[in-house]
Design a protein around this ligand. Sequence first.
Ligand code: AMP
Length: 214
Amino acid sequence: MRIVFLGAPGSGKGTQAQRLVADYGLVQISTGDLLRAAVASGSELGLRAKAAMDAGELVSDEIVLGMLRDRLLQGDTGNGFILDGFPRNISQARALDPVLREIGQPLDTVCLLNVDFDVLMKRLTGRRTCSKTGKLLNIYFSPQHEIDACVAAGGELVQRADDNEETIANRLKVYREQTEPLIAFYQEAGLLKVVDGEGDVDDVYAGMKVALGL
Ligand code: AMP
């Protein structure tokens, strides 16, 4: 199954994608993760992307598309994939089609995770990643034993550089202005499935599986 995950920053795309990867062997392709890896490696491309990311703006379509295309061509997507954080605007959505045609893997579904603005803010400001295991945690919502387990394993709770209040506000604005129009775009294409993204991670996942027919 080949899925695009649509949803505001903090709507749970990464968390839910990790569940589908574990249960169905799909490959998660997060353009945000690819970009953060490029920034961490200090590559020329990473340097070009960093300023936009730090400000909560979108990185240029050219950079992101090149990265995504290289990733899709790695040939490990036979069981399907989840595009997490791509496309972010209409022109990226239009550019995606020819790449997917090239690899013979057209989209099956676009899954929108719906979450209220107030909830998004809390999820984003509280979001941390365990430096040891990569597990996504939240200082407001994660059970204490999961946070303790990270620390006991010698991990640290790391906050993403762009998870500060100013950048978060801009990322949500960019989402409303540039990404939200994709909802109508994919609805017209007959691909859109809407999932309630609020509430418990397990409940959201259950709703998602129903929506995806899994
Ligand atoms: P994310 O991890 O998806 O929240 O992305 C973090 C940041 O990476 C975003 O705020 C953008 O600066 C950049 N980014 C991720 N995906 C894209 C994309 N498809 N197009 C442009 N910029 C992106």
